[in-house]
Design a protein around this ligand. Structure first.
Ligand code: ADP
Ligand code: MG
Length: 254
């Protein structure tokens, strides 16, 4: 595991078929080991579904999910080498910050001295030193997402799935959080799948972009080419409308 963590692990979906009633998905995609890939696409295109299939919260009707070359299609979510952070509700409201992070080491919160040290270190690393005894409601929205990232650190899983984790934060704070993700990713060589509506977010930290449309990968490639004037047509159409709209919304004072 240590070796694999240092080199990163790839994530591969091989013709993964899934449906929610009428909504059908077929994902064929490779996410580069030790890189950040932005997963973009209109609302309802299937971005969260793709992440849920990688995490094991949903099971495909056909196809394989591979992580680091290993077939994990039949593995339950708890056994997969994956952590996930959502837009909100990542924390248990009745547990302290340090307990919420400690859950990443032991679901029963039986923490040895070494585990407590890891929790402290993760809180310091995410800018939360001294806030371990607080309850989630005593934190700002940005701090709560830092707690979720601290838990990711103590879990030490090589794949990190981020489902619009900073969408409700203002732009300056969002940039701080993105930079924190980029630093943590580089230190751990994690393979990150990062769902975002904001082309600016992807431009800031992503190496690659996968663009989803209608339950399929419609385009993918290096971030630099994607955002260039001669980038993929499907993405230019999206960025020309949704991109500007969402950027406008994000800059409104809240
Ligand atoms: P995105 O994250 O890109 O906005 P989702 O993956 O959440 O999109 O959803 C894709 C499609 O699947 C949407 O049409 C949505 O309504 C449908 N869907 C998502 N989750 C469920 C669910 N639990 N039950 C039924 N339909 C769902
Ligand atoms: Mg979603």
């Amino acid at each position: 595991m240590n070796d694999r963590t240092q080199n990163g692990v790839s994530v591969r979906l091989e013709n993964v078929a899934f449906s929610y009633g009428e909504a059908r998905f077929v994902f064929d995609a490779e996410f580069r080991a030790g890189a950040i890939t932005a997963v973009m696409g209109a609302s309802g295109s299937g971005k969260s579904t793709l992440l849920n299939l990688v995490a094991g919260f949903e099971s495909p009707q056909a196809g394989r999910v591979r992580i680091g070359g290993e077939d994990v299609t039949a593995l339950p979510a708890s056994m997969r080498p994956v952590s996930m952070v959502f837009q909100e509700n990542n924390l248990f409201a009745h547990l302290s910050v340090e307990a919420n992070v400690g859950l990443g080491r032991s679901p029963s919160l039986r923490l040895a001295a070494q585990d407590r040290e890891r929790v402290e270190a993760a809180l310091a690393r995410t800018g939360l030193a001294g806030k371990g005894k607080r309850l989630p409601r005593e934190l700002s929205g940005g701090e709560r997402q830092r707690v979720a990232l601290a838990r990711v650190l103590v879990r030490e899983r090589p794949v990190l799935l981020l489902d619009e984790p900073f969408a409700s934060l203002g732009p300056a704070l969002r940039d701080d959080m993105l930079d924190l993700v980029a630093r943590l990713q580089a230190e751990r060589c994690m393979t990150v799948l990062f769902v975002t509506h904001q082309p600016d977010d992807a431009r800031r930290i992503a190496d690659h972009v996968v663009f989803i449309e209608g339950g399929k990968v419609a385009a993918s490639g290096a971030a630099a080419g994607f955002f260039a004037d001669d980038g993929p047509d499907v993405f230019r159409r999206y960025a020309g409308t949704n991109g500007r709209e969402s950027r406008h919304v994000a800059r409104k004072p809240t």
